[in-house]
Ligand binder design. Structure first.
Ligand SMILES: [Zn+2]
Length: 153
């Protein structure tokens, strides 16, 4: 067996642990690769400036700068914040050939990437709102307190 350790800060947790930490909907989407209903999430029509982090591990994944309105009912981005924060995998479920998008740090299912996005990337990262946590650029000082509080729970 070959051990291939490129990132030492990967997060691996059991299903039980994730189940305790996430809401049922977050668990269903992020850990069981479900998809939220279009136009149902909190971010498809969200236009504030800031970053979208992985709801499971807090890794910054997307910026509001690459967010665009694809009209599909899910938050859509033309590029990730950093290429290495995203992992992709071929997904042939539901009789479709798609490319699944995952958080490279914790393996959370985020959504899919399609090749019908705007230039220059031509990509459309179609992501479930429930897999993301928005952090505004003008985060109030209370955000840190909230984060700290959440970390304790
Ligand atoms: Zn993650």
């Amino acid at each position: 067996m070959t051990l291939n350790i490129t990132m030492s800060d990967k997060i691996t947790k059991s299903k039980q642990e994730w189940r305790l930490e996430l809401t049922p909907e977050q668990y269903r989407v992020c850990r069981e690769k479900d998809t939220e209903r279009p136009f149902s999430g909190q971010y498809w029509n969200h236009h504030l400036k800031g970053r979208y982090r992985c709801v499971c591990c807090g890794e910054p994944l997307f910026s509001s700068e690459s967010k665009f309105d694809a009209g599909c009912g899910w938050p859509s981005f033309s590029a990730p914040l950093a290429a290495q924060s995203i992992a992709t995998e071929a997904d042939s479920s539901h009789n479709m050939q798609r490319t699944e998008v995952l958080c490279s740090k914790c393996g959370a299912h985020l959504g899919h990437v399609f090749t019908d996005g705007p230039q220059p990337t031509g990509l459309r990262y179609c992501i479930n709102s429930v897999a993301l946590e928005f952090q505004g650029d003008q985060a109030s000082p209370f955000q840190k307190i909230l984060d700290a509080k959440r970390g304790r729970e």
